[in-house]
Design a protein around this ligand. Structure first.
Ligand code: PMV
Length: 311
């Protein structure tokens, strides 16, 4: 029995605008993980996936077109890419990543599952092959994913990501401490991405300008992170990014309240992270203030908080 895992991810800057070709900065968030254990199954029993969260057992065959279930689809993609029939194998999945939480849960689950299945078939996928298969699986969840989630999760490194170009890593000039919070509200990224698309189609000049401004914030943030610049300035950029995401309609009263609670209790800046309307947020903090800011976030309604160091 072998277990394969993949981390969650956090978008630091640039979500939504990244779908339109602007850059985003994202990092793996290793406190949360998806794990898949591959166990041999009796001859003739075929391939099944057991999900601890739902308690369901799913059977994978190659004949059912595109299935509704993303786990089955992810397994089929691997079998087709490797040109193999379903083996006699049980894949047991468990994950500590909240679903709909802006943590890239779907990409992490697909990554762990594809790693386990390809290894069990004796043909572990390379990073590049895995990344493109996970992207393909993401299309079932997200419609038009930018590719940022799968890239960060597969390569497990902070990236500066521009859709359609090879991911760039970047230097972190001085360590940064973030508080990550789960708003406790689950939200659909597919829906927020499609709502932004509708706004953009209705008024390209206005929404295109907001998207371009987010791109400027991300480019400035990268330069600041690389130079180890003042956290106060980086925090101001996070606040600006949050305001621009509000203008794209993807924040919520609850997320705004949580960001305000973090800033009022001493965070340098705070913004929603991921698809929005719920999901997660991040705040840039001085390490010694982290406990009191985390407490403020929880009393403002955050379900959970974690510390994340970028070094
Ligand atoms: O909600 P998440 O964690 O899947 O993040 C989605 C990021 C978006 O920019 C909103 C969509 C995308 O495909 O990049």
């Amino acid at each position: 029995m072998e277990t394969y895992s993949a981390p969650a991810k956090i978008i630091l800057f640039g979500e939504h605008a990244v779908v339109y070709g602007e850059p985003a900065i994202a990092a793996p968030f290793k406190a949360l993980q998806a794990q898949v254990t591959a166990m041999p199954a009796p001859p003739g029993s075929g391939l099944s996936i057991i999900s601890a969260a739902s308690g369901l057992t799913l059977h994978v065959s190659l004949d059912d077109g595109t299935p509704d279930d993303a786990l089955v689809y992810a397994a089929q993609l691997v079998l087709k890419a490797l040109d193999k029939p379903p083996p006699d194998l049980t894949l047991a999945l468990r994950s500590s990543i909240p679903i709909g939480g802006g943590f890239g849960s779907s990409a992490a689950v697909s990554t762990a599952l594809m790693r386990a299945l390809s290894a069990a078939l004796g043909a572990p996928l390379s990073g590049e092959a895995l990344n493109s298969l996970v992207y393909e699986a993401e299309r079932l969840h997200h419609g038009t994913p930018s590719g940022v989630d799968n890239t960060v999760i597969v390569y497990e490194q902070p990236v500066y990501f521009v859709r359609g170009t090879p991911p760039e890593t970047f230097r972190i000039g001085a360590p940064l401490t973030f508080l990550v919070a789960d708003s406790g509200v689950s939200a659909s990224t597919r829906e927020t991405v499609s709502d932004v698309r509708q706004l953009y189609m209705r008024d390209q000049a206005r929404y295109g300008a907001i998207i371009g401004e987010i791109g400027d914030v991300v480019r400035t943030a990268r330069a600041l992170i690389e130079s180890g610049g003042a956290p106060r300035e980086l925090g101001a950029l996070m606040n600006a990014n949050h305001d621009l995401l509000r203008a794209l309609s993807v924040s919520s009263a609850h997320l705004d309240r949580l960001c305000a609670a973090a800033r009022d209790s001493g965070a340098y800046g705070a913004k929603l992270s991921g698809g929005g309307r719920g999901g997660s947020l991040i705040a840039l903090v001085e390490p010694d203030l982290a406990p009191s800011i985390a407490a403020a976030l929880r009393s403002a309604g955050a379900a959970q908080t974690w510390l994340m160091q970028l070094t």
